[in-house]
Design a protein around this ligand. Structure first.
Ligand code: FE2
Length: 429
């Protein structure tokens, strides 16, 4: 049998080395050692680590790359970011939003990031962001799976036209129902918004992904309502709570009751480590709270936990580079996930786990899956995170769509090696 592509000599996440991955008609046909077969294209992975593509379960594609327009966020807080975004919205056209989003997707592909769930602000009666990102979703479909969340940034009830706009956005083809209960005027209004949004999702058979409790307030408890509504409406496995930073500050007894409810309700958890560590704790003196939700405890209770990047060069965050290994590294540090098993799990948190949150089909390195993968300049998952490893080759549906030369420095030192490959330093443990 002749294949379209064979990736030779790959090392996989389960530790198997010397594996050949054969691809045919956009799917993986075989994953086995010593495959003797013909292929139109052969790629030698050289024993390097091969992973399914990175997946970002939480992003804002309508705001990305707008840093500095019309001004910078001086306080660094979430609320100034929202105010600044409100100033920018009337200034930008659908064409500008689409152009920036497409440019970001180019960067994402170069980083092996081939699936993104992006929120799109529906609190703009023109819905130009929705129009722009629906067009971007269509254009990038051959190389990137873009899922859109209807996000009432200014509050479902706080903004008088938000609910009508959210319904219009869903009618236009936006995939997922979003929300922001902690931004409503009262806790009661926040809870009511969660109920209403979950009902809209249940009526339409859609998933839910809500910005939820993105504060340091230990009494911000909308995730409780989210889990309760997920269970009541039969949405188990289809609801994600993004951020959940208030859980960092909650009373421990209350959390011991909350986490089992979330587990029963099948709610997934999407912390955004870079943004949470940068934005939360701004009202503290010292000690200053870390502002990331209880990743280890939620994971150990059986919940799906996926790390998102949230922002790249926008009103909330000045940095970022579509690098999900940077996101994983920050999640690892802030969550103190330092055992070897925990560090390796942090790669799952930016690959398989967000793929499950998004409901991606055919994800993984196994026969029958989509022929999508990334060859990294690393030996394994831990080294990939440690080095923010170079994406040597990015493959989508069996086609090579991006490549980056290996990072190897030339040295000119008497009596020392002539070159340094950062991937040559790992101890055998
Ligand atoms: Fe967000």
């Amino acid at each position: 049998m002749s294949f379209d592509l064979i990736v030779k000599n790959a090392t996989l996440a389960d530790g198997r080395g010397g594996i050949d991955i054969a691809c045919k008609d956009g799917r993986i046909a075989a994953v086995e050692p010593g495959l003797e077969a013909e292929a139109a294209q052969m790629i030698d992975a050289g024993g390097q680590f091969v992973t399914p593509p990175f997946v970002d379960p939480h992003f804002h594609l309508d705001a990305t790359l707008s840093l500095g327009r019309p001004r910078m966020n001086v306080s660094g807080t979430l609320l100034e970011g929202i105010a600044l975004w409100g100033e920018l919205k009337p200034l930008q056209s659908a064409e500008e939003i689409a152009a920036r989003a497409l440019r970001y997707c180019d960067l994402a592909v170069s980083q092996g990031l081939l699936a993104v769930r992006s929120h799109v602000d529906v609190c703009d009666d023109s819905l130009k962001g929705v129009e722009a990102l629906l067009e971007v979703r269509r254009q990038v479909a051959p190389y990137l799976d873009l899922q859109l969340v209807a996000f009432p940034q200014d509050g479902l009830y706080r903004d008088p036209t938000a609910e009508a706009n959210l319904i219009r956005a869903l009618d236009m083809g936006v995939d997922v129902v979003g929300g922001i209960p902690h931004f409503e005027r009262t806790m009661a209004a926040g809870a009511a918004s969660v109920t209403r949004l979950c009902e809209i999702a249940a009526e339409r058979g859609l998933r839910v992904d809500m910005h939820c409790d993105e504060t340091d307030d230990p009494m911000s408890r909308h995730v409780e309502t989210l889990a309760f509504e997920a269970q009541r409406l039969g949405l188990q496995g289809r609801v994600a709570g993004s951020h959940l930073t208030s859980m960092h500050s909650m009373d421990n007894y209350y959390v011991s009751k909350l986490i089992p409810l979330m587990a029963e309700a099948g709610v997934a958890v999407v912390p955004n480590p870079l943004i949470n560590i940068m934005i939360q704790g701004r009202h503290d003196s010292y000690p200053r709270r870390r502002g990331m939700t209880r990743v280890r405890e939620l994971r150990d209770a059986g919940l799906t936990v996926a790390f998102g990047s949230d922002c790249v060069m926008d009103p909330w965050y000045s940095l970022g580079s579509a690098d999900m290994l940077e996101v994983a590294a920050m999640g690892l540090h802030v969550g103190q996930l330092s055992s070897r098993a925990d560090m390796a799990w942090c790669l799952d948190a930016v690959t398989a786990n967000p793929a499950a949150v998004m409901g991606l089909e055919g994800y993984g390195i196994a026969p029958g899956c989509n022929a999508d993968m990334v060859i990294l300049q690393a030996r394994d998952a831990i080294e990939a995170i440690r080095l923010k490893a170079t994406r040597l080759k990015v493959i989508r549906r069996g086609r090579l769509i991006a490549e980056t030369p290996a990072r190897i420095a030339r040295l000119d030192l008497d009596g020392r090696p002539g070159a340094v490959n950062p991937s040559d330093y790992a101890p055998d443990v």
